[in-house]
Design a protein around this ligand. Structure first.
Ligand code: UGA
Length: 438
């Protein structure tokens, strides 16, 4: 099939490559001419494992093309909208970019064509799309929503082997478009759920918010474990053995970050208020995350004999999680700012996100290696679960530190190795394992 995809961001590029790999021809449009030029040359402007290689293969096979021309060619059967929906001042996702693109596509495409909105929408999104379509009700293309469930760092694998695919039609008349999109996904052998768009949009929001809820729950358990001498890993593993609960997303850490979970955890509370729905549970998830991050900063302060003022702290990992250079709402940066606010000097290090981190926080000092960040530090805070931190030469690093605290918020390091180096290892939620002083 001939596809036209608007928005060459992380979701758009992964989706374009995913459909190209299924044998379709995808032309990707973006207004950013520089980005389109790089992509034509096979250069991907984001760090996503495997994406650049896959994109180059699809370019070479002529299944992928890039253009700054916003008008889909006459052969285009389906247009996929992947433009951003950032959070607005009112706390809801802003749909103006999606609406503008859909309005143009409604005018450009014939009635037997399909517009697929893959951007994440607020709950009122389907109403707005319906209003745009109503302008050409008699002969407009079908409009469907198809939210993505791809996690950064593993997005191509998530596209290729999804546990489910959600397709929502705006009105019963759009059902034919949903069927056409379902046919595209059929080779993936995933459960395809076709339903009304309002249910699908709430489902997408609920999916991210439920993941946030699990993490926030695990984080409060971790602090409870610290206070009672329990080991949170035993608790999470035990809980996870109950198939009604499941082990995924019960890893406590420095809080949930990224472009999706924090904003949507906050947005659902605003959505509930907008709809006059009393939802006390939904309204605390975002706050629980912030409280947890403040508590982590206080813990570091408590663990340092002389406090944070004038302390040098190395923060290992700046991305919001491992395997990405994305620092949006990164817990590492939030904790780093919290430490600085209490008088510490923070030097961060990330294998791939140093540049994006400095872009997001110009006051952040970064080092080009973990050893350089750790040199002369009073404490090391591990904030992102990059594997390379576990294999650092801790005995050698210990000799360069001024203090002895290693606070592992992700439980990424081997406690015995760090303690064997004469350091004071403290893992979040692992207080059941007594810390040995230097
Ligand atoms: C998330 C969802 O997982 C995807 O399904 C969804 O498609 C995507 O948002 C989106 O809406 O676009 P992503 O933002 O890439 O994907 O990140 P996650 O892997 O979900 O991680 C989010 C945060 O939670 C990270 O900071 C991560 O470190 C943290 N996390 C995750 C934990 O602290 N503990 C866990 O057990 C799991």
């Amino acid at each position: 099939m001939e596809l036209f995809l608007v928005g060459a961001g992380y979701v758009g590029l992964t989706t374009a490559v995913g459909f190209a790999q299924l044998g379709h021809r995808v032309t990707v449009h973006d207004i950013d001419a520089g980005r389109i030029e790089s992509l034509k040359a096979g250069r991907v402007p984001i760090f996503e494992p495997g994406l650049e290689e896959a994109l180059r293969r699809e370019l070479a096979a002529h299944r992928l093309a890039f253009t700054t021309d916003p008008t889909p060619g006459a052969a285009v059967e389906m247009a996929v909208v992947c433009v951003p929906t950032p959070i607005g001042r009112d706390g809801l996702l802003v749909t103006s970019a999606v609406e503008a693109v859909v309005a143009r596509l409604v005018a450009d495409l014939g009635p037997d064509r399909t517009i697929v909105v893959r951007s994440t929408l607020p709950l009122g999104g389907p109403d707005r799309l319906e209003a745009i379509g109503a302008g050409r009700a008699a002969a407009r293309p079908a409009i469907v929503v198809n939210p993505e469930f791809m996690a950064e760092g593993r997005a191509l694998a998530d596209f290729a082997a999804p546990p489910r695919v959600a397709i929502g039609y705006l009105t019963p008349a759009d059902r034919a478009g949903a069927d056409r999109l379902a046919a595209l996904y059929a080779p993936l052998n995933a459960p395809l759920i076709l339903a009304d768009a309002r249910s699908v949009v709430l489902w997408k929001l609920a999916s991210n918010v439920f993941l946030s809820l699990k993490i926030a729950f695990a984080n409060e358990l971790a602090r409870l474990a610290d206070a009672t001498g329990a080991d949170v890993t035993v608790v999470a593993d035990g809980l996870g053995l109950d198939p009604r609960i499941g082990r995924a997303f019960l890893n406590s850490g420095p809080g949930f970050g990224g472009s999706c979970l924090p904003e949507q955890a906050a947005a659902i509370a605003v959505e509930a208020a907008r709809c006059d729905v009393e939802a006390p549970l939904l309204s605390v998830i975002a706050t629980a995350n912030t409280t947890h991050q403040e508590q982590l900063v206080s813990t570091v302060e408590r663990l340092l004999p002389a406090g944070l003022r004038k302390a040098k702290i190395a923060v290992l990992g700046l991305a919001f999680k491992a395997n990405t250079d994305d620092v949006r709402h990164s817990p590492a940066l939030i904790v780093a700012r919290g430490l600085r606010a209490r008088g510490a000097r923070v030097v961060g290090y990330d294998p791939v996100a140093n540049g994006t981190a400095r872009g997001a926080d110009p006051e952040l000092e970064t080092a080009s290696t973990a050893a350089e960040a750790i040199d002369g530090s009073d404490a090391v805070v591990v904030a992102t679960e990059w594997q390379e931190f576990a294999s650092l030469d801790w005995p050698a690093l210990a000799t360069t530190m001024r203090g002895d605290l290693v606070y592992d918020t992700r439980r990424t390091l081997a406690p015995d190795v760090v303690r064997g180096a004469g350091l004071r290892y403290v893992g979040l939620g692992r207080a059941g394992v007594p810390a040995t002083p230097r």
